[in-house]
Structure formats: C-alpha cells, structure tokens
Design a binder for this molecule. Structure first.
Ligand code: NAI
Length: 721
C-alpha cells in the first residue's frame, strides 16, 4: 500500500534565508506539499553585507509558477516581528518557523574582531530569538507550532577559523533545548538540524568530490518531516547530508583505568539511515518518515573526534551509494557473477528476494548496551569486551521484500562463566500489517570480565551447535571477501568501530579491524543455498553457528558442507590461515534441490569465474531439458587459468546433465579448451566463439557440427547472465 503523502494544507511556514541554498530548497518543498510560504531573505553577501530583493522574489516566482502559495519578505531576521507580521497579513496564521538564515565571518581567533563576533552572533542566535519570540504567542494560543533551528558540526566539534560561528551554533542548540522543554506541553516542538550541503557558505570548505553530491534538496525532506504535525520528535539534533540522516546526542561515558574511571560527556551520533538506494535517486519526506526509527536509533551510536572524521564518513557513504545497493545482500558478498545471487541484488529480478540472514543483522542492531547492563547485578559492561558467541535464526514465513516489522527482544538467561557473563538474547519479529511471525533469533553474547556474580553456569534455553559428521565434506565453496567487506557491511547499520578503526581493533586485541561475524555467516548461508537449494532462499528454515575466530576483510572463506537429509552441516575456515571461523554450524532446509553444480575447491584455490557461467548453463539446461537433449552430444570443457588446468566440466546433453569432472561414462563427442576469462567473455557475448577459435583462444576437438549447435545453446542461455 502506498504511504499517504505528507501535506501542509492550511499551514503557514516562514523560512528565513530562503532566497538561496538550503532555505530555497526547504521553501520549494514545503510549497509543493501545500504550505503557504513566507520566503524571507535579506539578499546580502556571504559575510552579511548589502541587501537585495532579487533572490527572495525569484524563489516566490518559482513557487507560484509551480502552482504554490508564497510571499516574499526582505527584512533581516533581526527584525523578526516584521517577518511574522508578513505571514499574518498574507495568510492569517503561522505554524512553522525554520530558522535558517546565516552568514560566515571566518577568521583565526587571533584576528577575529568584535564586529566579526557580533555580526555572526546576531544573525544566527539573536535572529532566531527575535523571530521565534514574535511567533511564540500565536503557537501558544493555537496549541501548535513547529520550530527548526540550524546548527553545524562546527559547533559540535569546533573548526579552525570559526570561533564566532561555532559559538553561535552551540548557542542555538541551547536555545532549542529550552524551547523544546517550554513548548512540550503546548504541542510546540523544536528540533535542531545539522545540514551539510553545497552552498556558497561551503564552496571553499568542503572537498570538491563531495561538494557536487551534497544537494540541499536531499536535506529538505528531513526538515519537512520534522515540521509535520505527525512528527512527534522534540528537542532532537538531527544531522543530514547526501540522502542520509542520523541523530546526535550528548552522552556520559567513561574510560576505564582499572580501579578508576574517568567520566566525561561527549556527542555521539546514531548510525542513522540512508534514505535513498543510490546516488541518482531523490529523497521524499515519506522516505524519512519510514526510516525514522532507524535514523533515531542510538543503539549503535558512535563518537566522532572532528569535522574531518565526519566528512570522511560521508566519503564512505558516497562510495557505498555508488555501488547502488544498501540492502544486506551485497554486504554479505552476493555477486553478479553468481547467477543465483542476482535475485538479492536487483529489485526488478523476477525472483527478487531477501537473503534470510538479513534478519540477524537487523536484530543485532536493536541490541542496546543498557539492556544488557540492567540484566547484570553489577550493572556495568565494557562495550569493547562484548563478543558475539553464537547465532541462531529461524524463518517461518517467506520474507517480504518490503514490510513494516516489529521486533520484540528478551534476555532469556544470564550465565556466570567466571571469566565472563553470557547473555542469551532472543528476538521475535512480526509483520505489523497482518501480525504474522516472520522469524526468531537467538544471540549468545559473551561479556569478558563481567562474570563472578555467583550466577548459574549453564542454560537449557541455549539452542546447541551440532558438530559435522566425521567424514570428508560432501561439498565446498570458496569465495574471497572484499578488502572493503567490513566497510560495506557497516552500511547495514552495524557500525561498531572495531570493524573499521585500527586503533579500536588494537585496543580490543586484534592486529587489524575484523569482519563482522554475521557477515561471514551470510557468506556461508549463501554457499549452502547455492549448493543445496539452487540458490532459492524460500528453501531456508534455520541456521545455527558459533563464531570461533575472526576473519580479516580480504581473506577467502571456505564453506565445507555435509548433507544429512534436509540438514546441511557446515564449517567455515579462512583459506589463508586455515583457521576455523564458524564451527558447529548447520542450515536446516525445507527441501533440498539435487544439483550437480557443487563446486569443489578443497585444494584451496579460488573459484574460477566460469563456474558462474556453468551454473547458468546448468539452469538453462534444466529448464529446457527436452529442447537441449535434441543436440544429443557430450561436451567436455577444459578451463585454464594462465595456461594451467583449473577446472573440467562435462555438459552431457544426451542426459541433460552438467557436472564437474570428466564424463561419467564413455567419451565426449567434442572437447573445448579455453581460458577462464575467455569463457566468461564468450558467455557475456563479448567474444565471438568463431573469433576465439580463429585467434587460437578456443581449441576444439571432435564433432564440429555439434559445436555449432552448442553455440546456439550458449547464445540462448546468455540472455540469463
Ligand atoms: P546560503 O548562504 O546559501 O544561505 C543563507 C541565506 O541566508 C542567504 O540567502 C542570505 O542572504 C540569508 N541571510 C543572511 N543573513 C540574513 C539576515 N540577517 N536576514 C535574512 N536573511 C539572511 O547558506 P546555506 O549553506 O544554505 O546555509 C543555511 C543555514 O545552514 C545557515 O544557518 C548555515 O549556517 C547552516 N549550515 C549550513 C551548512 C552547509 O553545509 N551548507 C553546514 C552547517 C550549517
């Protein structure tokens, strides 16, 4: 069902400094949603000199041309009462004030004059005070009002040359904090926005590579949502840029010096939420509304030390948006080179689906340290010393690709292991549209050093891991993780700095930032589904595994598998160090799909890309059995990498089978020898088989007429690549 549009019919909105930059974007969006807008702008220079009516008029004309309602006001915000009067005279009321007008007078502190100080304080702080005070009696009388003040990361973190501006911006936070308290009972809500946008104020401050991406239009939907009557947020600091939004908060924290703790207060920022799927998409106020709980979820909030760190984080966001996919699937290594993964990567794929392990990510994000602390007699935990020990997930219904869900969390047991405490945490997730239970998860968390409280040592509630059968694995898949795997996985929301920050990793006892255990688990579950369920996620029932050792991004994961009926045992290790990283694992499937496409890489070599091509050919053969059998030939492929044999495949079109290795019986009718790379190029239609043959890239032997028929098959299956 389409979300209803957020409208502002009969609402009157004043936006200060609305002739340019952010203010202009706000004015256009409010007007397009039915608001009557007062476009205030003095039309001065960036430093606050001069004035002009031109820019406010231009915005008013643009709104009217689009069928909206707007009037211009050219007063300085220091004459706030005149601006409010414009609203009352033109539209008879006032509902929303967006305090946005701003100037800069940047100088290093030693050169900063009193005028530089006063001008900046006046426009930002006094201006917001004057206009808000003029509107306040109307808000109180009508028991309704929405106020935005605009602050900056320069205020939160400080910035060279901006002492006046930083002070003014922190002053605005103080103003908003109190207005939020005084307005609460009167339904007057005040919130604070921290934008980062391309405008004349930032053209020489921000790096060019992000400047062009920082469109004010991507922040306007956040401000518009905050000012809507449905939005109940009050007194919050919301940061937004690039189609991302998060919440900032002051938090008390401590550094542990053994017996002594140093307490301090600092700003933390939520992981927030990306509001659009890629760099070319827009954001709407409804997108913001939909993602509001993720935007304001502080459970994985972290502290930044400087503006530079915040800007650096934006670069990561841009890079991830360039990849065009923020769903969990790509964080878990799904690849376009694996045809059965395509459903996880492309929303228009006819089988578009959610990888089941997505829900482990979602549920772990709900984990808040304070919930665990409450369950401990000592009431104290060191977040750096909490390890994810085991994970269980069971899915009951086919997972919807879009839904509003509710997850209920419960700590079902706390154990005292002496050296640490063990928490058994269970979540149940429901689809709110029909109340259906979608899945349950059980997380086992180990808090090092938190034991010794005389608690019980074991629990019958823990779902046990199960060791694999004592025989050689039935199948194995190896896949290299990307060096950026943890950076990408963080975008699922789990932004624990352990996975990206070398210093944090070192403090936690690791040489380098490590990959999220749940990310490795996502790889293994995909490998099991590829091997035993033809990649079909609806076959998935449950998974359990223990996180035994960390994985470093860039390492190759080898998932060894053993089939026992519908239970697939698995154990995952790193190829480089041959260390078991996931142990006692199993995936329960609702059904298995016999497949001869099992890829065996026990030698430890990486899978060749042509495996993906063969998997597609295999699917095509299965789907068109009668037709392909007419070719009536057996083909043997020798796949090389840099001239060395890498893999052998048999395509038996007499029986309609494809499998690794030599023909099970008899001789092939034709053999094809080619490099892995050329096989992929041919399959993608980038290398013509005849050209490959002429250039000696493809060596063929045996029945050439059959080869012609095979070319037709390749052509047909290619459309699926
Ligand atoms: P901008 O310079 O494009 O827009 C500011 C507007 O305010 C201008 O049109 C200007 O004429 C108007 N203005 C200045 N003094 C005024 C006064 N006394 N009365 C009425 N109007 C006045 O700048 P931008 O970037 O759109 O900034 C908007 C707000 O966002 C400012 O408060 C700024 O401090 C804040 N901000 C912007 C950031 C960014 O990345 N662009 C970062 C953090 C905060």
């Amino acid at each position: 069902m389409k979300q209803p549009e957020l409208r502002f019919a009969n609402r009157v909105v004043i936006i200060t400094g609305a002739g340019a930059g952010l203010g202009r974007a706000y004015a256009l969006l409010f007007a397009s949603r039915g608001a009557s807008v007062v476009v205030n702008d003095l039309g001065g220079s960036r430093h606050g000199d001069g004035s002009s009516t031109k820019i406010a008029d231009a915005v008013v004309n643009e709104i009217r041309k689009n069928g909206g309602k707007a009037v211009a006001n050219y007063d300085s915000v220091l004459d706030g009462e005149k601006i409010v009067k414009t609203a009352i005279d033109a539209f008879g009321r006032i509902d929303v004030i967006v305090n946005n007008a701003g100037i800069l007078r940047d100088k290093s502190f030693s050169k900063m004059s009193e005028t530089d100080w006063d001008l900046v304080q006046n426009v930002h702080v006094k201006g917001a005070f004057k206009i808000t005070r003029a509107a306040w009696p109307y808000f109180v009388k009508q028991k309704y009002g929405r106020i935005i003040v605009t602050t900056s990361n320069s205020g939160l973190y400080g910035n060279f040359g901006q002492a006046n501006y930083s002070a003014a911006k922190m002053g605005l936070i103080g103003l908003a904090n109190t207005l939020a308290i005084e307005g609460e009972s009167k339904n007057i809500h005040t919130n604070i926005i921290i934008p980062t946008a391309a405008s004349r104020l930032t053209e020489d401050v921000l790096p060019p590579e992000i400047f062009e991406q920082l469109k004010p239009e991507l922040i306007a939907p956040v401000v518009v949502w905050l000012c809507h009557e449905k939005c109940m947020e009050n007194g919050s600091i919301i940061e937004s840029a690039l189609g991302w939004a998060g919440k900032c908060k002051h938090r008390r924290n401590y550094t542990d010096y053994g017996e002594n703790k140093l307490y301090f207060s600092h700003v933390i920022r939520s992981s927030g939420s990306v509001l659009r799927p890629d760099l070319s998409s827009n954001v709407t106020p409804e997108d913001v509304e939909k993602k509001w709980s993720a935007i304001t979820d502080m459970s994985t909030a972290k502290h930044f030390n400087s503006i530079a760190e915040v800007t650096g984080e934006f670069l990561v966001t841009i890079d991830a948006m360039k990849s065009g996919n923020f769903d969990s699937q790509c964080h878990l290594g799904a690849s376009v080179q694996m045809p059965t993964d395509f459903r996880y990567l492309y929303e228009n794929d006819s089988n578009f689906a959610v990888l089941p392990t997505f829900f482990t990510t979602h549920n772990s994000l709900l984990m808040d340290l304070s919930i665990l602390e409450k369950a401990l007699p000592s009431g104290e935990l060191n977040p750096m010393k909490i390890l994810h020990g085991e994970q269980y997930l069971e899915i009951y219904k086919e997972l919807p690709t879009e839904a509003t869900i509710e997850t209920r969390m419960q700590i079902v047991d706390v154990l005292d292991k002496g050296s640490g405490a063990v928490f058994v945490v269970e979540n149940e997730t429901f689809d709110t549209s029909n109340g259906d239970k979608l899945c349950t998860t059980q997380m086992i968390l180990f808090a090092v050093g938190a034991g010794g409280f005389q608690g019980k040592r074991s629990s019958s509630k823990i779902i046990p891991t199960v060791e694999a059968p004592n025989r050689q694995p039935d199948a194995s898949v190896t896949q290299q993780t990307s060096h950026d795997q943890a950076a990408l996985y963080r975008l699922s929301g789990d932004k624990n700095p352990l996975h990206i920050d070398s210093n944090v990793a070192m403090i936690a006892g690791f040489k380098k930032p490590i990959l999220h255990g749940l990310c490795s688990l996502g790889f293994s579950v995909r490998h099991v589904l590829q091997t035993y369920a033809n990649g079909d996620p609806s076959s998935f029932k449950a998974v359990k595994a223990r996180f035994a050792k960390p994985v470093i991004p860039g390492q190759s994961l080898q998932t060894n598998m053993w089939q026992e009926g519908n239970r697939i045992h698995f154990q995952t290790s790193t190829v480089e160090e041959n260390l078991s990283v996931l142990t006692g694992g199993y995936v329960d499937l609702k059904r298995t799909t016999p497949t001869q496409l099992t890829v065996n890489h026990l030698s430890g070599s990486n899978p060749v890309e042509s495996d993906a091509v063969f998997a597609t050919i295999g699917e095509y053969v299965k789907a068109n059995l009668e037709q392909v059998k007419k070719i009536n030939g057996v083909f043997l492929y020798h796949i090389l990498v840099k001239g060395k044999p890498q893999a052998t495949w048999t395509l038996d079109l007499k029986k309609g089978e494809l499998y690794k290795g030599e023909p099970k019986s008899g001789k092939p009718d034709a053999t094809l020898t080619l490099e892995n790379e050329d096989m992929v190029q041919m399959a993608l239609g980038k290398l013509n088989p005849q050209t490959a043959f002429m250039r000696g890239k493809l060596k063929v032997g045996g029945n050439l007429v059959l080869m012609q028929k095979l070319a037709t098959l390749m052509e047909a299956s290619r459309s699926k690549l």
